[in-house]
Design a binder for this molecule. Structure first.
Ligand code: SAM
Length: 297
């Protein structure tokens, strides 16, 4: 189609492939102090946000990732009151978290004010209810610095970051995870965006190895998200309470009702419980991450 622009995701260039999207209209393109931001309208996926050549969100499939990153840790925990989101500037996960009646306070620490400004303008269905909610606290700043200096403690920390490149790199470090652990209340839960194991196995294995040096229990749960190409998306899960990830679907259903029984398009108690059942190649990769405990000589 002459004159039609196609935009390619360059995240997997080193693997020699690109996912390309035909563009109806570029809504915004700029380089901020932190990253290259590209927002465009796509005929099938709707509005799409790319940061530094990596797809962050598409209007058509965002519900899968946002629901799982919010409801799995909160309902596994079961009585989360104070929640921290690191990154998440599109406000999609914040909107899901605030559906939980038990949540007393939600703090979001996003490094790039322009991403939040875009969310208010281009994703009002997320940003409007979030910014209208008095439980929500919007902090513009580096997530590493925030958890390093924080006095407050949280029941759940959700790291909705970019991939380990640019400003997001520090959010995959030992010192970041150790600072997150310090900011968690006893029995608290940490969940992280950990890439697509089929294409980015190192990203997942390295995070889980770091979790295992800090927490009694560390693994991941998975979901398939069409615009996060490459099969299963892995979301890291760590806690000192080994029971949480094994919570039965019946208990999750009761907790969901208590939380307000809000409508979902992907999350169900059964999908939640099953998301921790990992395909062999991912389970084998996690085994590589070791126990985190020093090996007996
Ligand atoms: N769901 C997306 C994904 O999986 O790739 C992530 C979406 S969210 C838009 C990612 C956000 O993390 C971006 O807005 C980016 O600015 C923010 N971010 C990156 N590094 C950060 C840091 N060090 N501290 C706080 N926010 C950061």
């Amino acid at each position: 189609m002459a004159g039609t622009r196609w935009i390619a995701e360059t995240l997997f260039d080193q693997l020699g492939f690109r996912m390309s999207y035909r563009v109806v209209k570029v809504l915004h393109e700029t380089r901020t102090a932190h990253q290259h931001v590209l927002l465009f309208e796509q005929p099938f996926f709707g509005k799409m946000l790319m940061l530094d050549g990596a797809t962050q969100i598409s209007k058509r499939d965002e519900f899968i990732y946002q629901e799982m990153m919010a409801h799995v840790p909160l309902l596994a925990h079961g009585r989360a009151r104070d929640v921290l989101i690191v990154g998440g500037g599109d406000c999609g996960i914040a909107e899901e978290v605030l559906k939980h009646r038990s949540v007393r306070r939600l703090t979001q620490v996003e490094i790039d004010p322009q991403v939040v400004a875009f969310a208010k303008k281009h994703f009002p269905e997320f940003a409007k209810p979030v910014f209208a909610d008095r439980r929500f606290e919007n902090v513009i700043g580096d997530g590493m610095a925030y958890v390093r200096d924080a006095k407050r403690r949280f029941d759940v920390i959700i790291v909705d970051s970019t991939d380990p490149q640019g400003p997001g790199k520090i959010l995959y470090s030992d010192k970041f995870y150790a600072a997150c652990k310090r900011c968690l209340n006893a029995g608290g839960v940490l969940v992280t965006q950990n890439g697509v194991p089929f294409l980015q196995p190192r990203e997942l294995v390295s995070s889980i190895a770091k979790f295992r040096r800090l927490f009694a229990d560390a693994t991941c749960f998975v979901a398939a998200i069409p615009t996060y190409v490459g099969g299963h998306m892995a979301m890291g899960f760590a806690s000192d309470d080994r029971r949480l990830r094994r919570t039965a679907a019946r208990t999750l259903a009761a907790r969901h009702r208590r939380a307000g029984g809000f409508a979902t398009k992907y999350w169900t108690p059964e999908v939640h419980a099953a998301a921790f059942a990992l395909p062999r190649f991912i389970a084998d990769a996690l085994a590589e991450a070791g126990t985190g405990k020093p090996r007996r000589r």
